[in-house]
Design a protein around this ligand. Structure first.
Ligand SMILES: C[S@@+](CC[C@H](N)C(=O)[O-])C[C@H]1O[C@@H](n2cnc3c(N)ncnc32)[C@H](O)[C@@H]1O
Length: 214
């Protein structure tokens, strides 16, 4: 079995490698996600219906910032956060009045209980599963009581670095529905809905989650 330092090393490596691919291929990513006509994710529509008006919202791993901008147009006070600078630059150019912050999902520069909601579309999928329980707990601390989490996760059982295909080299954590629900519950989240969907916003099978702080 790997000792703790090896495990830590592997985790750091996997995240760094994933971020390198985003940095290197940001233009390819933007061609797919930044420039086409925006279609609001079905889960996001469902999630925003639960938010209070003028909610303080974090778009975690916001990428090109399309959901961030949509949340802002609804009157929410939203901040986009991502670790890939070229994507943030694109997002800033598109939405000059929306704040975008360069930071890592594992070390969030946000005050405890500051948020009404955290939206995480296809972003927490890039964190090694071992680190996710502590990130779920950290996110839980950042929202107010009754605060909401909305997120999409890759379904499956074989977490790995993607070999070949579109933007290969990125790590994807794959989850089973019960496993993900348990990890959320342990971190204090009350799961309001958890569903497996196929070929919706993104190809393949995904788990759509809405949860609330107990
Ligand atoms: C598949 S994209 C999703 C982007 C956006 N949420 C969307 O729905 O289009 C994943 C995003 O997570 C970001 N990301 C990956 N690892 C991260 C980390 N450790 N900290 C912050 N952002 C990260 C990437 O830079 C990328 O923008």
């Amino acid at each position: 079995m790997a000792d703790r330092s090896t495990t830590h090393h592997t985790i750091t490596h996997v995240v760094a490698q994933t971020l390198r691919i985003y940095e290197k291929h940001a233009e390819i990513f933007l061609q797919q996600w930044g420039r086409k006509k925006y279609k609001r994710p079905a889960l996001l529509k469902e999630w925003v219906a639960l938010l209070p008006s003028r909610a303080v919202v974090l778009d975690l791993g916001c990428g090109a910032g399309q959901d961030t901008r949509y949340l802002a147009t609804l009157g929410h006070r939203v901040v986009g956060l991502d670790r890939t600078m070229p994507l943030l630059r694109f997002a800033r150019r598109r939405s000059a009045s929306v704040p975008f912050v360069l930071a890592d999902m594992r070390a969030l520069p946000i005050r405890v209980s500051a948020l009404d909601g955290i939206w995480a579309a296809a972003s927490l999928i890039h964190l090694p599963k071992k680190t996710v329980p502590s990130v779920f707990a950290a996110l839980h601390r950042l929202v107010k009581p009754e605060g909401l989490l909305g997120g999409t996760f890759t379904f499956g059982s074989n977490s790995r670095i993607k070999q070949g295909g579109w933007m290969a080299g990125r790590y994807f954590a794959r989850w089973k529905k019960d496993e993900l629900a348990r990890a959320l519950a342990r971190a204090g989240w009350q799961v309001l809905s958890i569903r497996v969907v196929t070929n919706q916003e993104r190809k393949g099978r995904w788990i759509n989650v809405i949860a609330r702080r107990n």
